[in-house]
Write a new protein. Structure first.
Length: 438
């Protein structure tokens, strides 16, 4: 079609993971689809097992510009996704198989833009750049690496982390990845590590943009627990090694050793649940630590409202949706100064500690929590700043406006008034995301 200002474009969006009212990758796929359809006619390719939830959501809240097409591999190949190790292989096979369906849709509705959203791993960009229209990829993450200084928290599984790191580093030799990077009109990078990896692969048009977003709760809870409750620290996430729950417990033990009165609430399920109970006993934290199963969205909101600070101890993470949730509920965030959270949290909305060695990390995290525990005015001010930052910088509506500009830019070959290079010798055009306080 001939681009005219204001005319909706036809967009094909690939979202392997896409479900309403979910976090992580499924929520990312769903929300980016909704935002793309605010201004354009959008066709979404996703998996058939997402159909029921999607159709229920669309029946309750119709989206006339949003159409879903469902594709899955033949039944004899689906057994791969039944085990965690097989998900990656199944995803790669799905990306190969979905090209035929995409070409069928392209013949029916000649697309102006093709956009790959999920999975948002830097290693597997999919093959929809083969279709011909301008290709947008991301937000993409996955290039971040766990810090060597905290390797003891991985125990005997550290070797797996190193294998994962080398697998990602060696992906630069993958010709399909390199071609996708060169063919992409714009790539959205979810964090600095991924941005640098993409630029090293030859990306000419790389924008920093977090893959997740937030809708602010209707009311500001005030960022402080009720006065009759002890100072409350909240931790939430899957109980896996890379989320760092043992690091968080070591910080709790250090706080107790300093004589601080507090309660720590851990919310989440996962393979380390039994280990968590043992660690809590071994550290003598039975009176201070409450371990909750995964809870509903509403219950999570209530838990945020009853907490004072949020501790994010993830050892490596593209970003951290729980960080945005905590910020949106007026909680200051205490975290490591790395990966996606490095940009998400600034000096006004939380405290980030550098990673040099294990003892220093535990001590600095403990100091940060104790500082906020003893200074109510500071933590309330930080909580209010966190809520403002979540809404102003990471609101989903803002991402919809960004997509509008990006889609128009790749059709007209302009981005924010800057001519984009399209030669075989690309010029990097990098628009950074929110500034980091580091």
């Amino acid at each position: 079609m001939t681009e005219q200002p204001g005319n909706p474009l036809r967009v094909l969006l690939s979202a392997y993971a896409c479900e309403p009212d979910r976090g992580s990758e499924p929520g990312v796929g769903w929300n980016w689809s909704l935002q793309a359809a605010r201004h354009h006619d959008v066709w979404v390719l996703t998996r058939n097992n997402n159909r029921a939830a999607i159709e229920q959501a669309l029946a309750a809240n119709p989206q006339p510009r949003l159409r879903f097409h469902y594709y899955d591999l033949p039944p004899w190949l689906r057994f791969w996704k039944r085990k965690e190790r097989g998900i990656r292989l199944y995803y790669i096979l799905w990306q190969l198989g979905v090209v035929r369906e995409a070409r069928r849709l392209q013949r029916m509705h000649p697309f102006d833009v093709v956009h790959h959203v999920t999975f948002n791993t830097v290693e597997v960009p999919g093959l929809l750049w083969l279709l011909g229209p301008p290709f947008v990829w991301g937000p993409v993450g996955g290039a971040q690496e766990p810090p060597e200084a905290l390797r003891s928290y991985f125990g005997g599984r550290w070797y797996r982390e190193r294998l994962r790191v080398w697998r990602k580093r060696l992906s630069r030799f993958n010709p399909l990845l390199r071609t996708a990077v060169r063919r992409a009109s714009v790539i959205l990078a979810a964090n600095g590590e991924t941005e640098r990896r993409l630029l090293a692969l030859g990306a000419a048009r790389c924008l920093r943009e977090l893959e997740t977003g937030i809708v602010l709760p209707a009311a500001d809870p005030g960022g402080s627990a009720p006065p009759d409750r002890p100072f409350t620290i909240m931790w939430a996430g899957s109980l896996t090694l890379r989320k760092g729950p043992r690091l968080a417990l070591d910080v709790m033990a250090a706080l107790k050793g300093r004589g601080l009165t507090f309660q720590a609430v851990f919310v989440g399920g996962g393979p380390l649940r039994d280990s968590m109970h043992k660690w809590i006993r071994d550290l003598g934290l039975e009176a201070e630590v409450v371990l909750l199963h995964e809870v509903s969205h509403g219950a999570m909101g209530r838990q945020y409202a009853m907490s004072d600070v949020f501790l994010f101890s993830s050892l490596h993470d593209t970003s951290g949706n729980v960080v945005l949730e905590a910020m949106s509920h007026g909680l200051p965030v205490i975290s490591l100064d790395q990966h996606g959270v490095k940009d998400m949290v600034d000096a006004e909305s939380g405290i980030k500690v550098p990673v040099r060695d294990l003892g220093q990390v535990v001590n600095d995290l403990t100091d940060s929590i104790e500082r906020l525990a003893r200074d109510r005015a500071l933590r309330v001010a930080m909580g209010q700043a966190a809520r403002r930052r979540a809404g102003d910088v990471y609101g989903w509506a803002r991402k919809g406006e960004l997509l509008q500009r990006i889609y128009r830019s790749v059709v007209t070959c302009r981005l924010d008034g800057v001519e984009l290079a399209r030669s075989s010798q690309p010029t990097a055009v990098n628009t950074p995301g929110p500034p980091s306080s580091s």
